[in-house]
Design a protein around this ligand. Sequence first.
Ligand code: AMP
Ligand code: MG
Length: 698
Amino acid sequence: MIFDRVVMVDWSGGNDRGARPTKDAIWACIGAAGTTSDPVYLRNRQVAEAWIIQTLTGLRAAGHRVLVGFDLCFAYPKGFATQLVGSEDPLALWDWFAARVTDSPVANNRFDLAGQINARLPGTGPFWFNALQRDIPHLPRKGTDRTGHGLPEKRTADLAVKGSFSPWQLAGAGAVGGQVIMGFPTLARLRRRFDGDLAVWPFQPPDAQIVLAETYFSLLPDLNTPKLHPIKDAAQVMLYARAFSGLAPADMAQLMAIDATPEGWVLGAGAESVLRAAATRDVPPPPLRNDCFAMPQGAHWTPVDTALDHLRTQLGPVTGQEDMPIALSAGRILAQEVTARRSHPPAPNAAVDGYGFAGPAPVGVNRLPLVAGRAAAGQPYGGTVPPGHAIRILTGANLPDGVDTVVLQEDVTTTDTSVAFHGPLKQGANARRAGEDMTAGEMILPAGRKLTPADLATITAAGVGVVTVQKRLRVGVLSTGDELRDAGEPATVGQIFDANRPMLCAVAAGWGYDVVDLGRAPDDRPTLRQILDDSAPHCDVILTSGGASAGDEDHMSALLSGTGSLALWRIAMKPGRPLALGLWRGTPVFGLPGNPVAAMVCAMIFARPALQVMAGGGWPSPEGYLLPADFTKFKKAGRREYLRARIVDGRVHLFASEGSGRVSGLSWATGLVELDDAAQEITAGDLVRFIPFGSFAH
Ligand code: AMP
Ligand code: MG
């Protein structure tokens, strides 16, 4: 039971609701893998039916299996159909209504038809509630005026869902009777149009490419939908598109495995908890394991790559997910892949300003009579351009019928009635093919992708307005040391300024995370413990600097070792003393070296990828470039070195001092040069790997 697309439709029995999106109209939404398109406003049933047909035709052509959910009863209570069409078959009833309902954007005959049906049945009723001024024979205004019609008020399915209305009630707040009558003809026509490719659940086995099912958009009444869309009907189709498309195939199969009766069933009724899980899908990720930072025994100095491999394999996402309008999503990490909702361009269009005609144009002078009018972007030409004729066309305009080729306006001479140019010109020249950039249904960006400004354009062009992203990782930043003073504070010569905190806060903010400035802690174990206790619940991860070694004043490592989760990593790397990694009350703590240069380098090399994985993203490897060294240097084999460097005239220059206390060297540098573990001697002119700071900046 694999539906890779769902279409949710909120039907309506009323008349046209106008051009502006509004409530109580028809709304629809397409869902895929737990994410949704923007909801679509359909002002009346004629527009809605056309949209549904077009959407299903497109999805069928693309090979998708589609579940279409309509929030209208697919059948009436037991006994009704038999009296009207001689059998309980609801599909026969759909055809019966299709033959008798008249409908237009401004008027329909639902009240009169209900009166006529009442007249054929015994007693008074079952239909009631005439919302019109004029009286209608056999249609009572009040439910209590009905007697002796002998039919149940509701179906078993309606009794199974809270707050359902009887289909006999045609109007009044919350009533569904009108939309049922006005829905059957559309359902009947969809069946005919898609024929063998369409099945109606639960009356037919749901193994066709398109399956229609009855839904009820108040199955999960407590779920807070306003955050999805300000208009409730729009938010509801989004919520249920998300829920049904997010169900595991086995769960969907279970939802559909019911003993069907001719009264039908509401898809999901009785299985609300499964649906709720898929709708909210904000399942907290599993906690990190206590030993996630434990290094294999025996490694004395851990190579950088081993340490990185360890982080990559042991860490996982720790944040939940949320839906986000595209405009707000820059820098966020996709929690769900993005699929193009429509092709780009959606139709063939002109790539230049010029004249359109049916190509190709032969060698020599081509002179074509011009048709009146023009095609411009957003102002399509409605007619057909006859063979041998041309039309004025502007960049971005859809190619009119009869046009597949455009000649550049700079290459033509024109009179009032004709255009001339030199051939040859290939068929299709200066025209963009529909879908040449992206095709509807195609996966355009994978889960884990951190969205760039360009991605926002790509996603928007593909017709997607809302993406499911990871919630922002909350990163606490804490400095430790009795000697520290805040920026600009008075300081004695025995004190230094806390340079790490503004730097690390800015780095984490640049990575797209929510930064929690935790201030600084003295070299005092109880105070530090208290700060960690207070901070851990508000942070997904904490970056500390200082106190990470194994000395008397290295309280951070001492405290983490008390939790049983400390791993003191001795990494074969310069700069960098041990990294202290551990969990404090379940929150991972990255104990960076106190030295600003080492703190920065360790943040870029280790914290950046680790945090990105915890934030739900992929593992990033910084982009570096091989460039000739401008220096000669001897180094210890078996140790990776990251040195402050900049490029001058295409060669890599090193900062004058390698001393890692020299903060200003970080500002002098435009990147790091990475010297291989094995390397021992670098001679001027050798190729070395330069990694610009920009490669670590996002
Ligand atoms: P620690 O790891 O605490 O022994 O600190 C190593 C060196 O880094 C010492 O010289 C500290 O004074 C210095 N240091 C520690 N934290 C900071 C900080 N937040 N800003 C500037 N320097 C620091
Ligand atoms: Mg210290």
